[in-house]
Design a protein around this ligand. Structure first.
Ligand code: PEP
Ligand code: MG
Length: 313
């Protein structure tokens, strides 16, 4: 029954009583663009730009990047397009941007940290994004991956604005960033929680190891605490707080995330209809109840089972 319902429902994400929750798509390489743009969504919540930099000896030129970004923005005219700046390192190594001699690449010079070592890389990307955004009618937001400190978010936001781009955000993927989410929210325009890395770093569990799947389960109450902390801080500062990790793709968990205070969910295009239907079947108050149930559960399996029993699908 849920399938039929999901197929019938269209339009912006909203709870049963109309509380808005933006439903956005995650986007990567060009072969994904057509389906993503055609999907019913309010835009892109995470444009992973790494594909432009992979399998090559040098970084792409500003002109080459501008062309790629312009095509994405054109496909999302009139919609939001949240672009993540280059997230090199760890599971995404690049010959020209990552050090080969790190013993723990996941804890090394990766994400935004790469820009400290090689500022030109980030400046070229921001230059290209600004040029593409200037000629487009998409609502372009730019965010940095792997932010650990409020000062890093502030410096990034200053740099984004110096390039003429108006909206700068920080991803929350490191527990320290969630713990200091108030200062982080005050330092930039929006926050986006990357639950894949936030799980990895909160549980000290390599995200690529299937044998650690229990620790990496996005229903872990400790992870939900970090999401709650971040969303609450964002709300205090009037900042949107999205989730763009895999957690957002599970409709029952999406209800919990909204109950924790998250204002947008970004997932693969195919996941959006079921999330939209789940939201439409629950009020915000019900989402908050489900969030309390999940967060006060002793473990991930119990959280999932209890919410599964209570949610209406
Ligand atoms: C995340 O870490 O949750 C995320 C969205 O980024 P990526 O999976 O690309 O690291
Ligand atoms: Mg990440």
């Amino acid at each position: 029954r849920r399938r039929r319902r999901a197929a019938e429902l269209t339009g912006p994400g909203r709870t049963a009583e109309g509380h808005a929750v933006k439903l956005l798509v995650n986007l990567g390489a060009p072969q994904e663009w057509e389906a993503a743009a055609a999907a019913e969504s309010e835009g892109v919540g995470l444009f992973r730009t790494e594909f432009l930099f992979l399998d090559r000896a040098d970084a792409p030129s500003v002109a080459e990047q501008t062309d790629v970004y312009a095509r994405v923005f054109a496909a999302f005219t009139g919609r939001r397009a949240v672009v993540r700046t280059l997230d090199a390192g760890a599971d995404k190594p690049l010959p020209f941007a990552t050090a080969a001699d790190e013993q723990n690449p996941a804890l090394g010079v990766r994400g935004l940290r790469t820009a400290t070592r090689d500022p030109g890389l980030l400046d070229d990307q921001l230059r290209a994004l600004a040029a593409a955004a200037r000629d487009s009618a998409a609502d372009v937001w730019v965010m940095a991956p792997m932010v650990s400190l409020p000062a890093e978010a502030a410096a990034f936001a200053e740099r984004v604005r110096a390039h003429g781009l108006s909206t700068a955000g920080a991803m929350v993927e490191v527990p320290a960033a969630a713990l200091r989410a108030d200062a982080l929210a005050g330092a930039c325009d929006f926050l986006s929680i990357g639950t894949n890395d936030l799980s990895q770093y909160a549980f000290a569990a390599d995200r690529t190891l299937a044998s650690l799947a229990d620790l990496l389960d996005p229903w872990q109450p400790a992870l939900l605490d970090l999401v709650h902390m971040t969303a609450t801080a964002g709300a205090r500062h009037g900042r949107p707080v999205g989730v763009c990790g895999e957690a957002a793709a599970d409709p029952a968990l999406a209800l919990v995330l909204v109950g924790l205070g998250v204002t947008s969910l970004s997932a693969a295009p195919g996941a959006l209809p079921d999330i939209r239907a789940a939201l439409a079947a629950h009020t915000l108050a019900e989402c908050r109840e489900l969030a309390d149930i999940a967060r006060t559960s002793p473990d991930a399996a119990t959280a999932r089972a209890r919410v599964g029993e209570r949610a209406r699908f």
